[in-house]
Design a protein around this ligand. Structure first.
Ligand code: SF4
Length: 321
């Protein structure tokens, strides 16, 4: 029966995978009529990172987290900033069983495990196994994801993953279809479902020259996020030419203008990949304007901040501590 096609139900591509082939993500294959998770436990990148690097600015600020990634991706962005592991078939890997990964997190004094670098949805079984053990040990789990996942697997992940940063790459369905080879509607559903499940969520938009760098599109994203909650942290990040896309880096002035607009409807807006001295990375209290958390690069200083609140006026800052 080795010629049977198998279907993967993990993400909305729902690949029908022929014998000896892999799905669109390159991480799941048809091995003799059985769907096989090729990258289970196969790690390409591992590091103790500041949690701010994910980026997660409202989740245990100032801590470090064991961050791991594998290979492959279910999107095909030509400007991918991590293409050497997400889009290359022969990335070098090392196997770490889930128990060993959690032990490593404990030994390194990590707050938990971050599934990041490439798209973690496509090794969901490994995330589920590792995160369950991490929870038993009193650690947290976070995912940095493109959000292109089916509701069923997302529901399972929501049981053990505490915090998410989801990429919202565009607010145009046709850009998602043509450029990322995926879909906007499904990503929006993921953001909404995480929020409804009361898990922590931050959103990142890489502003890419010629792809999404219009104020109309940015306004649409701002309107959408604020319709969920004005306290969702939004990271707008500067793109640099990479992989198959050579347009010039994003105009920083445009990024600052977007931030200014966004702050009318969102409480926390941050600028990534821009000079630290611009102040676009500090958390200001939306109530009294005090700098609650000061950031310079990946150095974080808690200033007018006390246990998730502004210590100056007492306002909640939507921070998980
Ligand atoms: S996870 Fe991979 S194999 Fe499964 S449906 Fe998505 S792209 Fe296809």
């Amino acid at each position: 029966m080795g010629g049977e096609t198998v279907r993967c139900h993990l993400c909305p591509h729902r690949c029908a995978i022929k014998a000896d082939n892999t799905g669109i993500c390159g991480a799941r294959s048809n091995a003799g009529g059985v769907l096989f998770a090729d990258t289970y436990g196969r790690v390409t990148s591992i590091a103790m990172d500041p949690i701010e690097k994910k980026p997660l600015y409202h989740f245990h600020p100032g801590t470090r987290i064991l961050s791991i990634g594998s290979a492959g991706c279910n999107m095909k962005c030509p400007f991918c900033q991590n293409w050497s592991i997400s889009q290359k078939k022969d990335a070098m890997t090392e196997y770490y069983p889930p128990e060993d990964m959690v032990s490593l997190a404990v030994e390194n004094g990590s707050i938990g495990v971050a599934y990041t670098y490439n798209e973690p949805i496509i090794w969901a079984e490994y995330v589920l196994d590792t995160s369950a053990i991490a929870v038993e040990k009193g650690l947290v789990n976070v995912m940095v994801s493109n959000g292109y996942v089916e509701p069923g697997p997302l529901g399972e992940l929501l049981r053990t993953v505490d915090g998410f940063n989801i990429d919202l790459k565009s607010f145009n369905e046709s850009t998602y279809r043509k450029v990322m080879k995926a879909g906007l509607a499904e990503v929006k559903k993921t953001i909404e479902k995480i929020y409804e499940a009361s898990r922590h969520v931050e959103v990142t938009t890489l502003i890419v020259t010629g792809i999404n760098d219009t104020m109309d599109e940015m306004r649409a994203i701002i309107k959408y996020l604020s319709s969920i909650s004005r306290s969702i942290p939004w990271h707008i990040s500067r793109y640099y030419p990479n992989y198959k896309y050579g347009e010039r880096a994003t105009d920083t002035e445009f990024i600052f203008r977007v931030r200014e607009q966004a702050l009318e409807q969102l409480d926390f807006v941050y600028c990534g990949n821009v000079p630290a001295e611009s102040g676009g990375n500090d958390t200001r209290c939306p109530g009294c304007g005090s700098v609650a958390i000061k950031r310079m690069g990946y150095s974080t200083r808690l200033e007018n901040y006390d246990n998730g609140r502004c210590s100056h006026c007492g306002r909640q800052l939507n921070v998980v501590t």
